[in-house]
Design a protein around this ligand. Structure first.
Ligand code: ATP
Ligand code: MG
Length: 352
């Protein structure tokens, strides 16, 4: 089977550690493995506008920011096509036809949409575009014949809904036009939904609980030192809880045995560190400084690369422009197949 990869992010802010472990790490792995026919990363500005209609500048300014984040994290523009969603208008047309195949009740049942509606406090004033974004996301995925979608856990209901739309389309119009996509989640559960610094919800741009890939060393350190741990672990001698403790969740996500040799040689591995914390006698400052060292090691090369890339923003816009044009050509072919399948081929008898 053809391997076509597509994923994306909303340009509502810079990428954070949740993006890194949730999706970017798998993208880097797929990029290294190779063997795919196409690999697309879409900057989902149209989707970002569904809850930022009055904040176009934020979305616009973050397009290039997100592109720089990808490249500085190691995405290779020679192996992956990064493009902008709104610059592929075929996606909007596909969305219109898919809208007729989905009920409002089904959209309201989508658990990620439900959570996001609550979070944004839309109540009765939900923008229609926001409610429908899973449909537009289905168009993004299906337009390119995508078979693999590397994402975090919150995207599973979107992929499921995409597969449903595909099945409804094929059964309604009696022709197989689309390939079925599969989500690719991170191996470690903790990475599929990295918790925010406050420990209350997932790390998310909209919640202000993030460590960003671009954060300067002192900012990273200050954020790590402020992370939620165990409120009952007051004295160093107190036994501490590891579950729900943000520092240990991040260690689960980022720590490798080799880090102990470099930064905390009195322990062999994370299990030993956890056992000591549970028993009592291990202070929060020590584990936070350890985590800080691990994160700085990961983020330093990303920060350096970003500084280089920031010197030539024009080159990034040029890349986005060229890739969006190519993506539009691919999507136009799918749109044509889709309309033919639906019988919207009004002019087929016209002699040219
Ligand atoms: P917003 O708050 O604007 O929705 P976000 O921080 O949720 O932003 P998205 O652009 O919606 O980020 O998500 C892009 C990708 O990153 C998706 O695949 C999503 O599953 C993944 N992702 C986002 N946050 C996390 C997280 N905390 N842990 C793991 N994966 C995440
Ligand atoms: Mg999100």
């Amino acid at each position: 089977m053809k391997k076509i990869i597509l994923t994306g992010d909303r340009p509502t802010g810079n990428l954070h550690l949740g993006h890194y472990v949730g999706s970017v790490a798998n993208r880097l792995k797929l990029q290294e493995e190779g063997g795919y026919e196409k690999f697309y990363i879409m900057i989902a500005d149209t989707q970002a506008l569904t809850d930022n209609a009055d904040n176009v500048d934020k979305v616009k300014n973050n397009i290039v920011q997100v592109a720089i984040d990808y490249l500085s994290a190691g995405i290779d523009p020679n192996k992956v096509d990064i493009f902008i969603q709104s610059q592929v208008p075929e996606l909007a047309e596909m969305t219109m036809y898919f809208m007729n195949l989905v009920t409002v009740a089904r959209l309201n049942r989508n658990p990620t949409v439900k959570d996001e509606l609550k979070l944004r406090g839309f109540n009765a004033s939900i923008p229609v575009g926001f409610l429908c974004y899973p449909i537009s996301q289905a168009a993004d995925i299906l337009a390119f014949g995508t078979t693999i979608v590397p994402v975090g856990e919150d995207q599973l209901p979107m992929i499921e809904q995409t597969r449903e739309i595909l099945r409804t389309f094929h059964s309604t119009y009696g022709k197989e036009v689309f390939a079925a996509p599969n989500a690719l989640l991170p191996e470690k559960k903790v990475c599929g939904r990295l918790v925010g610094l406050d420990g209350a919800a997932k790390m998310s741009k909209s919640l202000g609980n993030c460590i960003f890939l671009k954060d300067e060393p002192e900012v990273v350190k200050q954020k790590v030192m402020s992370a939620y741990t165990d409120p009952n672990h007051i004295k160093v001698t107190d036994p501490g809880k590891v579950e729900g403790n943000v520092v240990f969740e991040y260690l689960d996500a980022f720590c490798k045995d080799e880090h102990f040799g470099r930064y905390l040689p009195e322990y062999a591995n994370l299990e030993e560190l956890k056992a000591h914390y549970r028993k009592g006698g291990l202070g929060d400052v020590k584990i936070k400084l350890f985590l800080n060292n691990i994160l700085q090691e990961l983020l330093e090369p990303i920060r350096q690369k970003r500084k280089e890339l920031e010197k030539n923003i024009d080159a990034i816009y040029e890349m986005l422009f060229e890739n969006s044009k190519k993506a539009s050509e691919v999507a136009a072919k799918t749109l044509k197949n889709m309309k033919d399948a639906m019988g919207l081929d009004y002019y087929k008898f016209l002699k040219k």
